[in-house]
Design a protein around this ligand. Structure first.
Ligand code: GDG
Length: 473
């Protein structure tokens, strides 16, 4: 079997149990541990410009190596300028907001795009030095849309697949990016492009037809010039049984026992995510406030725990949302708290995974209400961690990719604060028999769309795809 080579912006922390607050790292590391292989990405270090050759291309420079069981990690450094232009600039200030329909937050600077092209080329050159002839290359996410083009330009002939973890937006939204056509053609250079949902796949096909004049071939693939562009839907999953086992093990953790004692029979509503404007925290805080106003009988009976580790904190939009949430949390607690009750516990830090799972299991309600989300692994982890005999209720945004599969969730529109407040009431009052039915149905879907299934189905299709050796027209 050919070796698997995974490429993503960052590689996960090497040691098991180290907190990673990102879905890609969690999913890819678990998937790679099973199959073994090589994982290449940025080390997280930035070097001052002065120690790096002028355009930061360092062909042949050996990247650092580390091993974690069957997974070998190779990393490369970036310069401060690479970081500012490629990562903070084009990836996280142009692409991320646009892919999540937040075009009013998107900023485009041509210089940033040049940095994005440069780092994609830098990744290609460093990676090429590590490749064997029959390696299968699996590239992850929006930071690396130009990587296949860059690899083909330097003569790499291996199969190259791409998986987009975030949504692919409507054509009219994606085309607001001034260089959208180069990105579209860059994506079309991969031998297989994987999406989280059929909606994302459809949006991409529409974009390719409307903006790049691609055509649909009789077999259903897209044709762009002479290239056949293959796409597929591969919803990322979780491994349910280990998560439940972790939830059970963690029940005896002193911190968890202590917290359970302090909850004192109150129902726990819980949310976890990176502090990101796409996750709908502001709307959720307002919905919780509405719930407390409209259901005074639940005051003192409930606590809302929001875990939100800071993310991308040097991007302005993230500083703004953080300030707003701190203000809102203080205001809501100021309005409703009693001497012996704080309604909203807002924690700006990450938790080790072995504490997160028992906390999920403790929560009567898992509140997952992103404005847009490629999939949302927290929703799936919450379901997996529950006791099947007495499960909690998942409240889930209709705009999370996971909503396609998790039909037992109470579905909400995250822009409808009154609707979310009502959903909290319904969830807290739900009879146990209904909770069990809903949970069982969601567990069936978790088992069908497991993490292993995600990896195996993508790689099966990629191995079948022919390596297209020319760049897209
Ligand atoms: C992207 C897409 C897609 C969070 N806080 C802590 C912590 N986490 C872990 C969660 C979960 C992961 O991070 C978050 O994954 P999500 O899927 O919810 O969201 P993104 O980070 O935005 O991920 C997303 C995903 O990629 C995979 O394709 O689903 O749509 O945006 O695993 O548990 N983990 C620990 N401490 C924390 O405080 N240990």
């Amino acid at each position: 079997m050919s070796r698997l080579v995974v490429v993503s912006n960052r590689v996960a922390p090497i040691h098991e149990g180290e907190a990673t607050a990102g879905g890609l790292a969690a999913g890819v590391m678990d998937a790679l541990r099973q199959s073994g292989g090589l994982w290449f990405g940025w080390s997280g270090r930035t070097l001052p410009q002065s120690v790096v050759p002028p355009d930061s291309l360092t062909p042949g420079s050996p990247p650092a190596v580390a091993c974690s069981g069957p997974v070998t990690l190779y990393t490369t450094d970036l310069t401060q300028r690479d970081y500012d232009e490629y990562y903070k600039g084009f990836s996280n200030s142009t692409l991320w907001p646009t892919m999540h329909y937040q075009i009013s937050l998107a900023r485009f600077e041509h210089q940033d795009y040049l940095g994005y092209q440069r780092v994609n080329r830098h990744f290609a050159v460093s990676l090429a030095a590590l490749l064997k002839e029959d390696d299968v290359i699996w590239v992850h996410d929006y930071h690396l849309m130009l990587l296949a083009t860059a690899l083909r330009e330097i003569g790499v002939r291996n199969r190259i697949g791409f998986f987009l973890h975030v949504p692919f937006p409507a054509s009219s939204v994606f085309s607001t990016i001034p260089v959208h056509a180069e990105l579209g053609r860059g994506l079309a250079t991969f031998d297989l492009i994987g999406f989280q949902t059929e909606g994302d796949q459809r949006a991409f096909s529409n974009y390719m037809r409307e903006e790049l004049q691609a055509e649909t071939c009789p077999e259903g693939h897209l044709q762009l010039g002479h290239r056949v562009v293959r796409t597929g839907v591969y919803p990322i999953g979780v491994e349910a049984d280990p998560l439940r086992a972790e939830a059970i093990r963690g029940r005896d953790d002193p911190a968890i026992c202590d917290y359970k004692g302090r909850l004192d029979q109150r129902a726990l509503i819980m949310s976890v995510e990176r502090l990101d404007y796409s996750k709908g925290l502001r709307q959720r805080f307002s919905a919780f406030e509405r719930f407390l106003v409209q259901c005074p009988e639940w005051r003192r009976q409930v606590e809302y725990l929001q875990i939100a580790p800071p993310s991308r904190s040097d991007v302005e939009a993230y500083q703004t949302i953080r300030r707003e949430l701190e203000g809102e949390a203080g205001r809501i607690n100021g309005r409703f708290a009693e001497l012996d009750w704080t309604p909203l516990r807002y924690l700006n830090r990450s938790f080790p995974r072995d504490q997160l799972m028992p906390l999920y299991a403790l929560a009567a309600v898992g509140l997952v209400t992103p404005l847009r989300d490629g999939m949302n692994l927290v929703a799936k982890e919450y379901v997996a961690a529950q006791d099947p005999e007495d499960p909690g209720v998942l409240i889930l945004s209709q705009f999370a990719g996971a909503a396609r599969e998790l039909d037992g969730a109470v579905r909400v529109n995250p822009h409808d604060e009154a609707g979310m407040a009502y959903a909290m009431k319904i969830a807290l009052q739900m009879p146990v028999a209904e909770k069990r039915d809903r949970h069982a149905s969601m567990m069936r879907s978790l088992r069908t769309n497991s993490l292993d299934a995600w990896r195996d189905r993508f790689l099966f299709d990629l191995r079948l795809a022919e390596a297209g050796l020319s760049a897209a027209a």
